[in-house]
Design a protein around this ligand. Structure first.
Ligand SMILES: [Zn+2]
Length: 152
């Protein structure tokens, strides 16, 4: 044993796994699990490539465990796994979003609201018709216009 190259060992492993064999390493032992009896030549090849297979599988396990994030790092993987206060803050922020202008002079800009276009928080409304609320950045008030201004 130990006289088979790594590439050959990879091929043997691939053949074994394609045949439904689960190859596991336990220290310096190779465990083979298969639902059905294996062809003798495949078993023979697996045995002759044991040393390389042990290295191959150990290396594969190491890479796999590196790819698996630590349990505490779940937030990055699952966009819905967010602490509740962060989620509430996000929802509150989204709820305070306003268009750059809207009809309905009674719908006064509320504290904390922000313009969906420029993220601004300064609004104005004419004192006389036509009256609507507008973002001061996106829709600056024309000169010499009597306005009501609100900072949110
Ligand atoms: Zn704006």
């Amino acid at each position: 044993m130990g006289d088979v190259g790594v590439t050959a060992a990879q091929l043997i492993l691939a053949r074994a796994e394609a045949a439904g064999v689960v190859v596991e390493v336990d220290g310096d032992r190779l465990h083979l699990r298969a639902a059905a009896a294996l062809p003798t030549d495949l078993v023979q090849e697996l045995i002759s490539a044991k040393a390389e297979l042990l290295d191959l599988i150990a290396e594969r396990e190491a890479i796999r465990s590196e790819l698996t994030p630590p349990a505490s790092g779940g937030a990055a993987d699952d966009p819905f796994d967010v602490p509740q206060d962060e989620m509430l803050e996000g929802l509150r922020h989204a709820a305070l979003r306003r268009p750059a202008s809207w009809r309905g002079v009674d719908a006064i800009p509320t504290t904390g609201c922000w313009c969906v276009c420029c993220h601004g928080n300064h609004w104005w409304c004419r004192r006389v018709a036509p009256r609507c609320w507008l973002c001061s950045t996106c829709h600056p008030s024309p000169p010499n216009t009597a306005t009501i201004e609100v900072q949110t």
